[in-house]
Design a protein around this ligand. Structure first.
Ligand SMILES: Nc1ncnc2c1ncn2[C@@H]1O[C@H](COP(=O)(O)OP(=O)(O)OP(=O)(O)O)[C@@H](O)[C@H]1O
Length: 359
């Protein structure tokens, strides 16, 4: 059974539609991420689920119960915020106990849950500290412990790692994922960071301008985007203008037999940099072949990125473990192969014609 069902949820601020009719089914124990650019409505959706604001239309159903009109404090939801939102004048233990006291739990149980929750976020021993005496990462761990202490049905997190530096972000996201798995708590996580979304999620919902573009596992979103928006937003993608011409695909003046899709018309070819083959790279079957001038080489140690100028437009290629010859190629002309098994095709309206490869 779905733990959380969202049906036809819509919200406007004055005349501006921020959420178009949103439908979601989130399974029990799932780590579900809302991913999208700034302003796409992620926070509004999360806050509506939490009950901090009301929807104009639609239903929010948790374990079969319609909670859309319940006040926030009766929704049995734990929330972790970007700016931690822990109380500066309360100790760590008092912060974690806050929601438990509000629920009038017996004192002994509160004490036990505080200890348990702090242990879970690796802050045992910090009970008597004040937030000002802790680092940002530690403060967010307190925020997490506070949200989990009430053992909520749903855990909602709004960009919880945004205020932390890159190394801490990775460390804490691993911890969040481990704790979430261990407790099996249904979680909705908001981020605009696509790498973070790929790393932690069971499923990702890619949002754009108040609507859902695609929902899928990280693998599906990356390998088989069904909308141009998802293809462009997650990872790096090359897009080249092209034409379908009665069984042929024409890219940069080069034509290749393409019987997989019927009809004719303008189209875009999309391919990930790691799937572009350079300088006679063999295999992968039929391919679009182009010539390109190497404009820039960025050597990154275990891989190098090549910016190539071709008749069809600019292409970025990624070569793993580049040999010395490869890193001194600036200015040279190279043969480029775009294996047909690896390209995705998108119509001008952004719909997929053929998804990329899922191996
Ligand atoms: N209280 C409000 N009054 C009016 N407009 C609002 C209000 N809150 C948000 N908006 C607008 O609604 C849109 C969606 O905002 P929201 O915060 O949900 O987006 P987001 O995807 O979470 O973006 P970000 O990552 O920047 O937080 C934005 O255009 C924003 O300006």
């Amino acid at each position: 059974m779905a733990d959380l069902k969202i049906q036809g949820l819509a919200k406007s601020y004055k005349d501006v539609r921020v959420l178009e009719s949103i439908d979601l089914d989130i399974a029990s124990g799932e780590f579900f991420t809302l991913l999208g650019p700034s302003g796409c409505g992620k926070t509004t959706l999360l806050r509506t689920i939490a009950g901090f604001q009301s929807q104009d239309k639609g239903e929010i159903i948790v374990k079969g119960e319609r909670i859309g009109t319940k006040p926030a404090h009766k929704r049995d939801i734990g929330m972790v915020f970007q700016d931690y939102a822990i109380f500066p004048h309360l100790t760590v233990a008092e912060n974690v106990a806050f929601g438990l006291k509000a629920r009038s739990l017996p004192k002994a149980e509160i004490e036990q849950r505080v200890i348990e929750s702090l242990k879970m976020v690796r802050l045992d021993g910090y009970q008597n500290r004040l937030p000002a005496e802790m680092s940002g990462g530690q403060q967010q761990r307190v925020g997490l412990a506070r949200a989990m202490a009430i053992r909520p049905t749903l855990l909602l997190m709004d960009e919880p790692l945004s205020n932390l530096d890159a190394k801490l972000r990775i460390e804490l996201r691993e911890d969040i994922r481990d704790i979430q798995r261990r407790l099996g708590i249904t979680t909705i996580y908001v981020t605009h960071d696509q790498e973070e979304a790929l790393a932690v999620s069971d499923r990702i919902c890619v949002m754009n301008k108040g609507h859902v573009e695609q929902i899928g596992t990280p693998f599906e979103i990356y390998r088989k985007p069904v909308r141009r928006f998802a293809a462009a937003f997650v990872g790096t993608m090359n897009f080249l203008p092209a034409r379908l011409d009665g069984g042929n695909l024409v890219v940069g003046g080069q034509s290749v037999a393409y019987p997989h899709v019927e009809g004719s018309g303008e189209i875009e070819v999309a391919i990930r940099p790691e799937n572009v083959l350079l300088a006679g790279g063999a295999g992968e079957g039929a391919a679009i072949t182009l010539k390109g001038e190497v404009r820039k080489v960025t050597f990154l140690g275990r891989e190098a990125h090549y910016t190539l100028k071709t008749e069809a437009g600019e292409i970025v290629a990624q070569v793993a473990d580049p040999a010395h010859d490869f890193v001194t190629m600036e200015g040279r002309m190279v043969d480029i192969r775009l294996p047909l098994s690896k390209v995705a095709l998108f119509r001008p309206n952004g719909d997929v014609v053929k998804a990329g490869s899922a191996r």
